[in-house]
Write a protein that binds this ligand. Sequence first.
Ligand code: NDP
Length: 332
Amino acid sequence: AQKYVVKRNFQGVPKRDDFEIVEYELPPLKDGEVIVKTEWISVDPYLRSFNSMYTPPFDQFSFQIGEVIESKNSKYSVGAKVVSHIGWCDYGIVKMFDDPLTRPYKLPDLKGLPTSYGIGAVGMPGATAYFGFLEICKPKSGETVVVTGAAGAVGSIVGQIAKIKGCRVIGFAGSDEKVKWLENELGFDNAFNYKTVDIMKALEEAAPKGVDCYFDNVGGEISSRVVRQMNTFGRVACCGSISTYNDDPDKMSKATVLQSYLVTKQIKIEGFAVSRWANEWPKAFDQLVKWIETGQLKIREHITEGFDKLFDAFLGVLAGENIGKAVVKVYQ
Ligand code: NDP
C-alpha cells in the first residue's frame, strides 16, 4: 500500500517536498478492524493547519470513502463502504473508535447520488453548512445573509440553504466564473469577486438595509468589512479563516475594525467545529439528500484523478482552483 507522510511542518504555502509517498505493508488485521480500498479522498483547507490547530499526525486526517476488502468486524462486511479518517493512503486499516470528528461510519444512504457526495454535500462539509448556518446564524425569512468562500464546498451549500429559508443572499468568491455560477445557477441574489470589487461599496449596494447573518469562511480583512455593514443583533458564524492559514500567527494584523463594530452593533459572533453536532449528522444528511433530490440544492464537484495528484489537488483548494467540493478519485 502507499501513503503520504509529512516530512516537516508547513511554512507558508505547503510545498511538494514537505510530503513524501511511502510504500508500506498493511499489518495483520486485529479484531474489530477492516481493510479498505480507497475510492475517494477529500482535500480540505483544514489540512493546512493540522500542525498548529490540531494535534493528531497528518496520517489521521482527511475524510475518505473506501470499500471494505477484508473485515474482522461483523458490522462492516466485505463490499461495504466506509467513511473514515485514515490519511492519504490507497489502502488502509480502519480502526473503530469513538472520537466525534474522526470516528468511522458507514456511507449514508445516498439514494443513488454519486458516492463522492459522501465526503462533500452529504459528508462533513454538508454538515458544516447545515449546522453552522442554521444553529449559529439562526436565519429568519426575509433576512440578508452574506457568505464568503461562497463558491466552495461549504459556502455554496450555505448560500442555497439560506435561499431555501427565504433569505436574501450575497456571496463573495475569487473569480468571475465563480460569481456567474453563484448568480446564474445557484440563485444567489448577488455575488461579487472579492479580488476586483470595492467590498464596502458592493455591500452597501447589495445590502442597503444591512446584513443580518454572516457565514464567515475566510476571516481577515473582508470580514471586518462585512461586520461594518451588519445590523444590530446580527449573527456571525465563524467557520474558517482560510485567508490567514498560510500566515505566521505572530505577524497577523489586529482586527480592530471588527472589534469596535462588534460592540456598537451588539453582534453575536461564534466559532464552531462541526464535530459539535456529530451525533446529529445523519439528520442533516437526510435533509441534504432530500434537497438535492428536489433540485433545491445543486452540487458541483471539482474532481482530480489519481492518488499521485493529491498534493496538487490540496494546493489547488488553497489557491481557489476549485468550484464546489474538491475531491480526488483514487480507485473505482
Ligand atoms: P472550499 O471548497 O471553500 O475551498 C477553499 C476556498 O477558499 C478556495 O476555493 C478559495 O476560493 C478560498 N480562498 C483561498 N484563499 C483565500 C483567501 N486568501 N481569501 C479568501 N478566500 C480564499 O473549502 P471548504 O468549503 O471545505 O471550507 C471553507 C472554510 O470552512 C475553510 O475556511 C475551512 O477551513 C472551513 N471549515 C470549517 C469547518 C468547521 O467545523 N468549522 C469544517 C469544514 C470547513 P476563492 O476563489 O473564492 O478565493
